[in-house]
Design a protein around this ligand. Structure first.
Ligand code: GLU
Length: 310
């Protein structure tokens, strides 16, 4: 898991709603990992889908992170301002892989009965990959397509700091995936790779619901000539009995921060993650000194009940 050079970590929330205590846990671990290696920690606002990401939600996230000392080094990058960079990188990708318009409707995609991806998406069967130029221009008259990148028949293997060795088959398990939506908005998979690559991110710490995206991102990063970061997919947060939290469960991070002192929250999160042996208040610098990946739980991270009361 050793990359050469400077350590750069990041936390990349999507401000489509309230930040929850599970997100805080992720932000804290990403911060501690980077800082314990003497590195930088960046915050990136993943507001690609501007209509779903109100400015108020973004501000709330930044306020919560700031209150806990997790606001990041430098000014947060906002994906909504980076369309030109994504466009430029799409052009680079066009030289390395086939990018094609896809006119399939949701109903057509589902009717194809392709196997489901872990993240709920479907594996695209390639229906539009072989359209002729005439077919494409006829379809353009009816519909704005999204754009997919054709994946090779290739397996990607990587060593995740938590999940261990993971192999994913691009064509069988991922399929040709969307890099730009029909409304012109760039897709998460492209934006995340470009932003991590352009800001020199050396380690990606995030919830293990994104493990299934990693092979696609490693492949894209390779095509774009970026360094491949180390990955740590942390277990999702659970309640004290080990039951996975639903999205609506637990106080919003903003409510927690309003109710308890920062050191109390940080100490409890660190204890739940396995970084501290007891549940006590702790500062970020104490936690940075105490942090090591060996301590971080591989199984469910059980949060204390007091952070989960609605
Ligand atoms: N923006 C994504 C989310 O909030 C995280 C992306 C990432 O960490 O790669 O789920």
């Amino acid at each position: 898991m050793c990359s050469d050079g400077e350590t750069v970590g990041r936390f990349a929330p999507t401000p489509s709603g309230e930040m929850h205590v599970g997100n805080l846990l992720c932000a804290l671990i990403a911060y501690l990992s980077a800082k314990s290696r003497g590195g930088r920690f960046l915050v990136r606002i993943e507001n690609l889908d501007a209509a779903r990401c109100p400015q108020s939600a973004e501000q709330k996230i930044l306020d919560v992170l700031g209150a806990l000392g997790l606001g990041g080094d430098g000014i947060p990058v906002r994906q909504s301002e980076r369309g030109d960079v994504y466009r430029e990188k799409e052009d680079v990708l066009r030289k390395a892989a086939k990018i094609y318009p896809c006119f399939c409707s949701r109903a057509q995609l589902h009717a194809a009965e392709a196997p489901r991806l872990g993240d709920g998406g479907i594996v695209y069967g390639g229906r539009c990959r072989g359209l002729t130029a005439d077919e494409v221009s006829a379809l353009f008259a009816v519909k704005q397509p999204c754009y997919r990148i054709a994946v090779p028949n290739k397996k990607i293997t990587f060593c995740d700091g938590i999940a261990g060795i993971v192999t994913q088959d691009l064509s069988r398990e991922c399929g040709d995936f969307i890099i730009r939506r029909g409304d012109g908005v760039y897709a998460y998979q492209l934006a995340v790779v470009v932003d991590d690559g352009e800001s020199g991110v050396s380690e990606v710490v995030r919830g293990n619901d994104l493990l299934g995206s990693t092979a696609r991102q490693i492949w894209l990063a390779g095509l774009l000539g970026y360094r491949i970061p180390d990955y740590y997919h942390i277990p999702l947060a659970c309640d004290p009995s080990g039951r996975k939290l639903s999205k609506s469960e637990g106080d919003s991070a903003a409510e927690i921060v309003a109710k308890f002192p920062p050191e109390r929250i940080l100490g409890s999160l660190a204890f739940a993650a396995g970084i501290l042996p007891t549940d006590r208040a702790a500062t970020l610098s104490e936690l940075t000194a105490a942090f090591s990946w060996d301590k971080v739980r591989r199984d469910a991270i059980r949060l204390p009940a007091y952070l989960l009361q609605n």
